[in-house]
Design a protein around this ligand. Structure first.
Ligand code: HAM
Length: 420
């Protein structure tokens, strides 16, 4: 170990586990790519004001969890705690919404930063793959996104996850509910901080995990009873579309989410094998966010799935992904001359598109063959002085154990044929 360690709340991805992370990212991205979502990448930091306005001044993310910094030039920046505000900012900046092709469907993959109390499944640096569909109000779009996330999890073999679904209403009906809830909450026996929360973000109080608080909330007014007809109809349509698609979900009135931009549809994917940090993904509709960051009215919907927690979910279900070995051919030179010749062969193979690796460092046959085995290569090439004198290398099929000489000039062609 060196003098240094990864910062608190972070960890490194190293082989072989890192291969699972790549496969998870790929599995989440694949259904999006196949459904018309284009790839977007935005900076790892943004103007702090974007998140303050977008994610919400009253959220934990903005008040407690942002990594903020002032640059030497005096700019106030924050490492991105989430992707939605950045992606919308970038789409507006590039005028993607004006190309006459709504919704603008985008997907992304990257690192996010939240100064949270680290625990199993909760890190200060984590990784998400996300999708945003910008500029269209259509329950089919909400359903599409939920179905694609479900498809991604299923393609990985995950089964012990559930989809929680709720509607948070819109700018017509939510304020009415908010007030009714505040009136109710103000009469309860609550601590100072929670009292403050009633005034800033009363819906978050419903999310309080403490039993004594939950007990007092039994008779709290229900958002369901306040939804306007338009929101109700919209929500029913999303539910019906999911049911038709055979995607099971649970109605969860308590699902509030930790970001302020949500309207109407909200959902979370929870995994039952993860303990406290059970949300493997979440999202919803954010019809007002564009205007909140100075853009035009652009009703949108999206989600982000946590890569770290998805990997933990795989481990919890005991799922080992079928990751193919990356090396097809492993070359073992015996002696100086063979090193030069076989390295030439490896270079030729690689240029021909065959994944090849090499026993570096002039190791003995035994050690080198061990590495060949570990690489998972289907074939090894071994050559010593005598082989070179005859113009051949020994080609060994690691599966059958069969071995025989192949002309040096024919190696690439022979392996191309065998590897199909
Ligand atoms: P979020 O629920 O804050 O939503 O995060 C989405 C997922 O990221 C979570 O379900 C979890 O799997 C993962 N995640 C969040 N924080 C951590 C952490 N500290 N450690 C490990 N994993 C974590 C959003 O970020 C929204 N932008 C989603 C969205 C997109 N809504 C609309 N479009």
């Amino acid at each position: 170990m060196s003098t240094f360690q990864a910062p608190k709340g972070t960890y490194d991805l190293t082989p072989p586990r890192s291969a699972t992370f790549l496969a998870v990212r790929e599995a989440i991205a694949a259904p999006l790519r196949d459904s018309g979502y284009g790839y977007i990448e935005t900076p790892g930091f943004e103007n702090v004001e974007l998140f303050a306005r977008g994610v919400g001044e009253s959220t934990d993310i903005v008040t407690k969890e942002m990594y903020t910094l002032t640059t030497k030039g005096g700019d106030q920046l924050a490492l991105r705690p989430e992707g939605t505000a950045s992606v919308l900012r970038a789409a507006l900046e590039a005028n993607l919404h004006k190309a006459g092709n709504l919704p603008v469907k985008l997907w992304y993959s990257g690192s996010y930063y939240r100064y949270e109390r680290p625990q199993a499944g909760r890190y200060r640096h984590f990784s998400q793959v996300g999708a945003e569909a910008i500029g269209t109000e259509d329950p089919v779009l909400d359903a599409e996104l939920i179905i694609l996330a479900d498809q991604a999890y299923r393609s990985l073999g995950l089964r012990q996850f559930r989809i929680l679904l709720n509607s948070l209403g819109d700018k017509e009906c939510r304020p009415v509910y908010r007030e009714a809830l505040q009136t109710f909450l103000r009469d309860l026996d609550l601590d100072e901080e929670t009292r403050r929360r009633i005034e800033i973000n009363p819906l978050r109080v419903l999310d309080d995990k403490r039993a004594d608080v939950q007990k007092q909330l039994t008779d709290a007014p229900k958002l369901r009873d306040y939804l306007c007809d338009a929101c109700k109809a919209y929500h029913e349509e999303v539910r019906a579309l999911l049911t038709t698609a055979g995607v099971a979900f649970e109605d969860d009135e308590k699902l509030v989410r930790g970001l302020d931009y949500y309207t109407r549809t909200t959902f979370e994917f929870v995994h039952d094998g993860l303990g406290a940090q059970s949300a493997v993904g979440g999202g919803g509709r954010y019809d007002g966010l564009s205007e909140m960051i100075g853009g035009p009215e652009l009703p949108s919907v999206g989600w982000a799935l946590g890569v770290d927690r998805t990997v933990l979910a795989l481990e919890a279900e005991g799922i080992e992904l079928d990751l193919p070995y990356t090396t097809s051919v492993y070359a073992v030179p015996l002696g100086e001359e063979a090193r030069r010749v076989l390295f030439g062969v490896v270079t030729e193979l690689r240029r021909a598109g065959i994944a090849a690796d090499f026993a570096f460092g002039g190791r003995g046959l035994k050690g080198a063959m061990k590495s060949a085995n570990r690489s998972g290569a289907r074939y090894t090439l071994v050559a010593g002085e005598r082989d070179l004198a005859e113009g051949v290398v020994q080609l060994k099929d690691m599966e059958s154990g069969e071995q025989g000489p192949v002309e040096l000039a024919e190696v690439a062609a022979e392996l191309t044929k065998r590897l199909g």
